[in-house]
Ligand binder design. Structure first.
Ligand code: URA
Length: 199
C-alpha cells in the first residue's frame, strides 16, 4: 500500500511544474532504498549524476556515503530509504532556494508520513535547517532530536564535506560520521528511541 502511494506520487511528480527547476531537470530524483525501512535519510538536492540517472546519492558523494553505510553495517537497499529536500537538481549544484524547498516540502512530508521511519537522518546543513532551527551541523550531528509520533531526527555530516576532509583520526569528520552511522544502525533495532536534544 505504502509502496503504491509512493509510486503514484513519483509518477505524478515527473510532470511537476511547481518551481522553476522543472525547466532545467533531466530526471526527477524521487528516492532509493526500501520504503519499509526503519531509517530514512534526507539529503540536500540531486547533483549532476543524480539528475542524469534519476537516483539520489549516486555521484562521488553518494559513493562515499555507500562506503560509510557498508562500514556501519547499513544495507542501502534493505535498511534505509533515501531522498532529498528537493527532487530536482538546482543548476550548478547551488543551494536550494527557500521557494524551491517550500514547493517540494509537501512531497517530502508525504514520503515521511507514508514511510513512518523510526529515525530520520538529516544529512548536511540544508536538511538540518529544514527540520530543526537554530543549530549548526557541527554542533547538532550525532544528537537525537525529538520528532513527532515517536520519530527521532539525527543530523549527520554531508558526504561532500567528507570528500574535502580525509583524516581518519579520532574526532575527525570521517571518524564522527562512522560513529554516528553505527549508533543509528544500533538504535534502529530498538523499540523506543529516547531523544537527548531539544529542537
Ligand atoms: N547530494 C545530495 O544532497 N543529494 C544527492 O542526491 C546527491 C548529492
Amino acid at each position: 500500500m505504502s509502496k503504491e502511494a509512493l509510486n503514484e506520487l513519483k509518477e505524478k511528480l515527473k510532470g511537476c511544474k511547481g518551481c522553476p527547476l522543472c525547466s532545467t531537470r533531466t530526471n526527477l530524483v524521487f528516492s532509493d532504498g526500501n520504503p519499509e525501512a526503519n531509517i530514512m535519510l534526507i539529503g540536500e538536492a540531486p547533483g549532476a549524476d543524480e539528475d542524469r540517472l534519476g537516483v539520489p546519492f549516486v555521484g562521488r558523494a553518494g559513493k562515499l556515503l555507500d562506503e560509510f553505510f557498508k562500514k556501519a553495517g547499513i544495507d542501502r537497499q534493505k535498511d534505509i530509504y533515501i531522498c532529498n529536500t528537493l527532487k530536482c537538481r538546482p543548476p550548478n549544484n547551488r543551494k536550494p532556494e527557500p521557494d524551491e524547498k517550500k514547493a517540494c516540502a509537501p512531497y517530502l512530508k508525504f514520503q515521511i508520513d507514508t514511510i513512518k521511519p523510526k529515525i530520520i537522518i538529516l544529512c548536511g546543513a540544508t536538511a538540518l535547517e529544514s527540520f530543526i532551527k537554530g543549530h549548526t551541523i557541527t554542533k547538532a550531528r550525532g544528537k537525537i532530536f525529538k520528532g513527532s509520533k515517536g520519530t527521532v531526527f539525527i543530523p549527520i555530516f554531508h558526504p561532500s564535506y567528507l570528500l574535502r576532509n580525509h583524516s581518519l583520526e579520532e574526532g575527525s569528520p570521517r571518524d564522527l560520521m562512522l560513529k554516528d552511522l553505527k549508533m543509528i544502525k544500533q538504535l534502529s533495532a530498538q523499540d523506543v528511541i529516547l531523544h537527548n536534544s531539544e529542537a
